[in-house]
Design a protein. Structure first.
Length: 339
C-alpha cells in the first residue's frame, strides 16, 4: 500500500524540475529514522524547526531597531517569515523544491544573538574563536535543541547545508539553499528600508536614485522586481542569481543601508549601543566566572566542550528582554539604560 508520503514523493518526481532536490534523494540524517507516513523528509524538517524553542525566541530578538517602541518594526521572527515567503515564491516559479527552501529559510537565523548584529559583533569579539550566527544556527539544530532522545533536531543534510551557508564564505550545495541565501538579502534590504522610512531615519529622497529607477518606488514593487529578475535569470540554470544590472543595484542599496541605517546613530542611539555592549560583555564574563549558575543543559555542554562554549551558547540563545532582565537581576536591580 502506497503511503501519502510516497505519493507526495512521486508527485515531486513528476512536477519538479530535473534541477530540483527531491526529498526521496536526500543524503539523509545523522541518525536513521523511520520515514513519516504523511510528510516528506523536508516537510518534517520544516515542522521540527517551527516547533522548536529557538524558533519561538526569534519573536523577541532585534532585527535592526534597538529598544523600539513601535509595534510594526520587524523582529528576527518576522524577518524569517519574509525570507520564507520570498524563497517559496522563487522555488515554486522555478519548479524547485519549495519544502526544502521553506525549511532552510525558517531555520537560517535560529542561532542569532540578542540585539541583532550588534550582539553578534560583540560576541564575536569576546568569545575565543569568534562567533558567526550561521554556524551557531547549525549548532542549534544539530546539538542545542533536544528531540527524539538525542541531541539536535536530526535534520536532513540538505537543510543543514542551507542553514550553514545562507551567509558567510560557504555556498549552498542545492539550488534551494542558493534561493534562501539570495532571498535573505532581498528581504532584509527591503524591509529595513521600509522600517527606516517609517521611523523617519531616512526619507524617500535619501534613497539612491539608480537602484530606485531599476526596482521601483514602492516597497512591494521593489521586491517584485527583484524576485522577477531572479526567476527570469535562473530559469533552467544550475545557479541562482540576478543579472548584472540588478545585482549591482541591489549591492548599491545594501551599501546605502549600511552607511545610513545599520550604522546610523539615529537608529541605534549611542546610549543603546553602550548598553548592548555592557549587557553582552557582562553576561558573558559573569557566567564564565560563575558557571555553576548556568542552566542544566549548559552544564552538559560545559563538561564536553568547556565553559566558554557553554556560556556562548547560553548568551547567544537569549532574547533581548531576557538578556536585559538577567543583567538587571545579576546587577541587583541597580543598572540604568534599556528598560
Amino acid at each position: 500500500m502506497v503511503t501519502y508520503r510516497e505519493d507526495l514523493e512521486e508527485r515531486e518526481r513528476e512536477i519538479l524540475s530535473p534541477l530540483a532536490t527531491l526529498a526521496v534523494a536526500s543524503k539523509g540524517r545523522a541518525y536513521p529514522e523511520e520515514p513519516c507516513v504523511f510528510r516528506t523528509a523536508f516537510q518534517r524538517d520544516r515542522d521540527r524547526i517551527i516547533h522548536s524553542k529557538a524558533f519561538r525566541r526569534l519573536m523577541h530578538k532585534t532585527q535592526v531597531f534597538l529598544n523600539s517602541e513601535g509595534d510594526h518594526y520587524r523582529t528576527r521572527l518576522t524577518h524569517t517569515l519574509e525570507v520564507s515567503q520570498i524563497a517559496r515564491t522563487i522555488a515554486r516559479a522555478l519548479r524547485l523544491n519549495e519544502d526544502l527552501a521553506e525549511a532552510i529559510a525558517l531555520g537560517h537565523d535560529l542561532g542569532h544573538t540578542p540585539f541583532g548584529h550588534n550582539g553578534e559583533a560583540i560576541l564575536n569579539e569576546i568569545h575565543p574563536g569568534g562567533f558567526r550566527h550561521n554556524e551557531q544556527s547549525l549548532r542549534v539544530v544539530d546539538k542545542l535543541e533536544k528531540a527524539h532522545g538525542h541531541q539536535g533536531m536530526n535534520l536532513t543534510f540538505e537543510v543543514r547545508d542551507g542553514i550553514l551557508n545562507h551567509s558567510g564564505a560557504g555556498f549552498p550545495q542545492t539550488l534551494e539553499g542558493q534561493i534562501v541565501r539570495l532571498s535573505d538579502r532581498i528581504a532584509y534590504i527591503n524591509h529595513d528600508i521600509d522600517d527606516a522610512l517609517r521611523s523617519g531615519v531616512i526619507t524617500f529622497s535619501d534613497l539612491p536614485a539608480g537602484p530606485i529607477a531599476v526596482f521601483g518606488t514602492r516597497h512591494s514593487r521593489r521586491i517584485d522586481a527583484m524576485v522577477r529578475n531572479v526567476i527570469e535569470v535562473s530559469e533552467g540554470k544550475d545557479r541562482i542569481g540576478m543579472d548584472e544590472s540588478h545585482a549591482a543595484a541591489l549591492d548599491e542599496l545594501r551599501t546605502f543601508m549600511f552607511a545610513n541605517v545599520y550604522r546610523s546613530k539615529s537608529v541605534k542611539k549611542e546610549e543603546d549601543l553602550m548598553m548592548v555592549d555592557q549587557v553582552v560583555r557582562f553576561l558573558y564574563a559573569y557566567f564564565v566566572d560563575h558557571p555553576e549558575e548556568l542552566p542544566e543543559d549548559e552544564h552538559l555542554i560545559m563538561a564536553e566542550e568547556g565553559v566558554n562554549v557553554a556560556v556562548r551558547d547560553y548568551v547567544a540563545g537569549m532574547t533581548d528582554r531576557y538578556a536585559i532582565n538577567t543583567y538587571h537581576r545579576l546587577q541587583e536591580g541597580s543598572p540604568t539604560g534599556l528598560k
